[in-house]
Design a protein around this ligand. Sequence first.
Ligand code: NAP
Ligand code: GDD
Length: 326
Amino acid sequence: MKKAFITGITGQDGSYLAEFLLDKGYKVYGLTRRTSTQNFERIKHIIHNENLELVSGDLIDQHSLTHALKEVQPDEVYNLAAQSFVKASWEQPVLTGEFTALGVVRVLEAVRLACPNARFYQASSSEMFGKVQAVPQTETTPFYPRSPYGVAKVYGHWITVNYRESFDMFAVSGILFNHESPRRGLEFVTRKIANAVARIKLGKQTHVELGTLDAKRDWGYAKDYVEAMWLMLQQDEPEDFVISTGETHSVQEFLEIACRAAGLEGDWKQYHKHNPKYDRPAEVDLLIGDPSKAKEKLGWEPTISFEELVEKMVQSELELEAKSEL
Ligand code: NAP
Ligand code: GDD
């Protein structure tokens, strides 16, 4: 039985990846940090699976990582844990650097010392392209990060490449563009909009307050993207890949489609207000990835369209909000 170790298992991607690997017959170990109340909402449906085991540790604590990997001796390590919210990275730049940048080298060191033959996946990000130097972005497009989060991810990316080249480790970096789902954190714009339009439909609120509507993102479905992570670790050679849909859409388009999907009447504009609180000190205006390499070498392709993604998220929020008394 193959063993996989996932940091960030309680997050959006970690929960989908754990499900995916359990279905493939893996024994899955997930790193979780100690909290005063349990934070297992996204994995509650698999928590009693006999092939899932939670291990205590934190990206900031080298010993906990080395100890965990020594005990588990995994075949594959997926480093998904991070301070992943871009806006928060200006408010907590040092912590973001600790988790999202130095956390990566701590996991790599733990792999190197405890299980050097394990295959390692790093969750890199299209946010590294920031002020884009080419359109569309590929594996060779230079990085120009625009947030402390983006800067931290660039470190995580290059340290992964460096460990591959220095220590001959099977270490790869997936440059994933935005991917969403009903399990997305509520602070991210897609889930925030999907939730708001559902609440408006049910008479619980009147409008949604947002920052810029002009930013464009290449939005895919998280469930598709975790399969790409696994595929990268099944290749003969360790290589980095862009994972994206190849389409870009604005925040405004997301909002317009979401209003329609929720069955809101009239013009979407009546349900929206700009609030400068949600603007960022520096914005990433346009992301669009070229997934050709992933298609050719991994045989990977997205399975659902942008409209279907928006509809799926709105439908999920309508169901959740109908049950909630808040
Ligand atoms: P997410 O939902 O925010 O999940 C982040 C996970 O990291 C959570 O399980 C969190 O644990 C854990 N974590 C945070 N700090 C930690 C620490 N110090 N020690 C141990 N665990 C820690 O993020 P996601 O959307 O699933 O994204 C997964 C990864 O892909 C992240 O690295 C993100 O930066 C990257 N990424 C995401 C996207 C995207 O569009 N989703 C695109 C490109 C790259 P708690 O539950 O305890 O907070
Ligand atoms: N969160 C949020 N809230 N974003 C808003 C809002 C708002 O009220 N109003 C407008 N936006 C805009 C942001 O300024 C940004 O341009 C865009 O919506 C998307 O913001 P987020 O959903 O917060 O995602 P992100 O693109 O900054 O970062 C996500 O994708 C990265 C990959 O490119 C995160 O998942 C990162 O972890 C990931 O690396």
